[in-house]
Design a protein around this ligand. Structure first.
Ligand SMILES: Nc1nc2c(ncn2[C@@H]2O[C@H](COP(=O)(O)OP(=O)(O)OP(=O)(O)O)[C@@H](O)[C@H]2O)c(=O)[nH]1
Length: 732
């Protein structure tokens, strides 16, 4: 409890203090942020530019180069196709000449052939072979008479126009004037038919390979100069027919070659055997299915670095310019940021000074307005106003804090005091509880070991407590009766009604305190239904949880029987066992009442032994006692059982006779008694004979019930009888 109070006090104290500056790591300043931001923006822009250049310029340059190379390959293809077409066209023209068709004398034919050779100096040899393969006529008479029937051009040109692929022709080459390189030819041949369509021979044109090289140089010269392009003309078996120095007659294999052979044209980027990357334009000349054409692959290549060198140079320039521009802009941004953030920094320092002020400082340092551009001025004025307001609130809060702290301290002390009291009270409560438990245990032990039965009832008559002695006394076990309204069952009917009435009254008025504690004797019924005399000590116990009636029941059966025997003894003559005077004084009124009620008479005999003293004197008191006992027995035997015989005192006896029909009945009883008494009494040492005097007093139903008077009358009658006896003995 005390800990929670202190915690509350601490928390409150924390709340009312001004918050300290944040403990998070220092943030970068605005100047730094602006400079870094501008620099980053410039850097980003340059990077984007570079990416764009790389993406567009490089790509554009590559595509441009590829287009150029493709066009180059097309130019070369068109030139080749044109040359072959021209050659086959010339063959067709020659075969249409009459002197050729008619196979006129060789000189005439030769003239026509040489005429054409003059026009086309690259036609190294033009000849007409007869159907059997013998050369009929040829330019400069070369190979005339030679058999060329095994030559490809002869076989190919027999039926249709034929273009023969690049090949060296050894026999002809040896006859032609030697040049810088061996003779190589491309053939164009066609059938020579007469007017009837009958074959007259085959005409062939050997085109020197030199025209091809010249043509390539013409086409390639500008490209070679501008962008170092190279052209390859490749035969169907992959052998380079025409190419840069050292590459001819070598085999190549590349993607562009495969594509060109397939008839496609275009440009690709690929690596060549030298390991370098090239952009290659490709195309195919002629058509494989047309024997009048030559199907070659034309490849025009350029090193990629060469093709992209312009774009790369542009890229470097942009990078350099970007770096210079970025540095300049970062510098400008830093200067501008410093200028722009100067008032903000001043404001920030002022706020930091505020935050650095100690938590308990009575006043906050004043914030000086910053003269700068509009926004900062507004901000500084707003902050100054906020600080002024905060100072006011701080003062008010501090006052409130002090007041609250003193109140809290007072409350804390009070709570601590109360807690201490409560602690003590709890301690006492615990010890009281323990004491109560001990007391309850003691009480339980006392009750269980008490000699008396203990019963507690609530106002509804329900049993709430029942000790061991009650179990023994009344027969019900504790578990059987607790919670049961058994009290009424134990009471006899008369008492039960009174008990129920009292309970109802109590329930109605509810004040049992007025019931005095008392001790009463009751006759209860036990579980077997037997009557049980008990002495009951009753008490009323008011309680907050419901009042109780408690009762201690003491078994008084023994006491009752003792009292009864004592009472019996008190009413009995110890010598004779007859009712004594007290018993007679009690029995006599009852007999008179019965006589009155029955309307019959009753009589009283007063008997007195005559001269009894002499027996005592002569034989002793013991013999006198024996005589009195035998006398009593004899009187008892001489009257009716319903009559009462009692010893009044000494040798005086009284007999009460009831249910007498008349006065004579009493006399008759006396007459019957007296003779019996005159018989001798045998004592221990002697035998004695004596007489007794008897007086009769009869009570009639209407007589007053006066026993003294009745006894007095009987006594007087007895006295008279005794006197008569004395007189009679005296006369004798
Ligand atoms: N043995 C004995 N004697 C008793 C007892 N009570 C009284 N007596 C005696 O009885 C005698 C009675 O006395 P009295 O009636 O005057 O003497 P009595 O000899 O009978 O005289 P009368 O009645 O006039 O004939 C006394 O001597 C008593 O001492 C008793 O309990 N036992």
């Amino acid at each position: 409890m005390l800990q929670s109070v202190n915690f509350f006090s601490l928390s409150f104290s924390t709340i009312v203090h001004i918050h300290p500056p944040p403990s998070s790591p220092a943030r970068p300043r605005l100047t730094t942020l602006v400079t870094m931001g501008v620099s980053a923006t410039v850097l980003l822009t340059v990077l984007c530019l570079l990416i764009l250049v790389d993406h567009f310029a490089i790509d554009y340059a590559r595509r441009e180069a590829q287009q150029r190379l493709q066009q180059l390959s097309w130019q070369m293809r068109d030139a080749l196709d044109g040359a072959v077409r021209q050659a086959t066209g010339n063959v067709r023209l020659l075969t249409a000449l009459p002197q050729v068709r008619a196979a006129r004398p060789p000189a005439e034919v030769r003239q026509a052939l040489e005429s054409l050779q003059t026009t086309f100096p690259d036609y190294a040899w033009i000849g007409l072979a007869r159907p059997d393969g013998t050369v009929h006529a040829a330019t400069q008479g070369l190979l005339e008479g030679a058999n060329v029937s095994t030559y490809d051009w002869f076989k190919g040109g027999k039926d249709k126009l034929y273009a023969g692929d690049f090949h060296p022709v050894a026999p002809l080459g040896k006859k032609l004037p030697a040049g810088a390189e061996p003779w190589r030819f491309v053939d164009a041949a066609g059938p020579v038919l007469d007017a009837d369509g009958k074959q007259q021979g085959v005409l062939c044109v050997h085109m020197s390979w030199g025209w091809m090289r010249r043509m390539a140089r013409t086409i390639l010269a500008p490209a070679e100069q501008q962008y170092a392009a190279e052209i390859f003309v490749v035969r169907g078996d992959g052998t380079i027919m025409l190419g840069p120095n050292g590459s001819e007659e070598q085999k190549i294999n590349s993607d562009s070659l495969t594509l060109a052979r397939g008839g496609a044209s275009g440009a690709v980027k690929e690596s060549w055997a030298d390991g370098r990357s090239y952009l290659t334009g490709y195309a195919r000349s002629g058509h494989p299915d047309d024997p009048a054409t030559l199907s070659w692959a034309i490849l025009a290549r350029q090193p990629e670095e060469q093709a992209l060198s312009g774009a790369r140079a542009l890229e470097r320039q942009i990078l350099l310019l970007g770096a210079i521009l970025g540095a300049a802009m970062a510098l400008a941004a830093a200067v501008a940021a410093r200028r722009l953030t100067r008032p903000l920094n001043a404001l920030s320092r002022a706020i930091e000074a505020q935050l650095a002020a100690p938590a308990g400082a009575p006043t906050l340092p004043a914030l000086q307005p910053v003269a700068a551009f509009h926004e900062v001025q507004v901000l500084s004025h707003a902050l100054a106003e906020m600080l002024r307001t905060e100072q006011i609130h701080l003062d008010a809060l501090r006052g409130l804090n002090e007041k609250l702290e003193s109140t809290v301290a007072e409350r804390t002390r009070e709570i601590a005091r109360k807690a201490l009291q409560l602690e003590r009270a709890l301690g006492q409560e615990q010890s009281t509880q323990q004491l109560l438990q001990e007391r309850a245990a003691e009480l339980r032990a006392i009750l269980d070991n008490a000699h008396d039965a203990f019963i507690a009832l609530d106002p509804g008559g329900v049993v709430r407590e029942w000790n061991r002695q009650a179990e023994k006394l009344l027969g019900w076990t504790r578990t059987e009766v607790i919670g049961q309204p058994l009290a009424a069952m134990m009471l006899p009917p008369l008492l039960r009604r009174a008990y129920e009435r009292d309970m109802r009254t109590l329930a109605e008025y509810g004040d049992g305190a007025t019931i005095p504690s008392r001790r009463v004797e009751l006759m209860l019924h036990n579980r077997a239904g037997q009557e049980l005399p008990v002495e009951c000590s009753l008490a009323y116990v008011p309680r907050s949880s419901g009042h109780l009636f408690i009762a201690f029941l003491h078994d008084i059966s023994e006491r009752k029987s003792l009292f009864a025997s004592m009472e019996e003894m008190a009413l009995r003559d110890t010598l004779t066992g007859l009712p004594n005077r007290r018993a007679l004084m009690k029995a006599l009124p009852e007999a008179l009442q019965r006589a009155n009620r029955s309307g019959q008479r009753c009589a009283v005999f007063f008997l007195d032994l005559d001269r009894f003293k002499q027996v005592n004197d002569r034989y002793g008191h013991e013999e006198g006692d024996e005589l009195l006992r035998q006398f009593a027995e004899r009187v008892r035997g001489a009257v009716r059982k319903t009559d009462t015989v009692g010893r009044l005192a000494g040798d005086e006896f009284v007999v009460i006779l009831e249910m007498l029909a008349d006065d004579e009945s009493a006399q008759e009883a006396a007459d019957k008694l007296l003779p019996a008494l005159r018989q001798p009494f045998t004592l221990k040492t002697t035998s004695v004979t004596l007489s007794a005097s008897l007086g009769i007093a009869v009570h009639h139903p209407d007589d007053p019930q006066d026993i003294e008077l009745l006894l007095a009358r009987a006594d007087r009658a007895m006295y008279r009888h005794k006197q008569q006896g004395i007189q009679q003995r005296a006369r004798r």
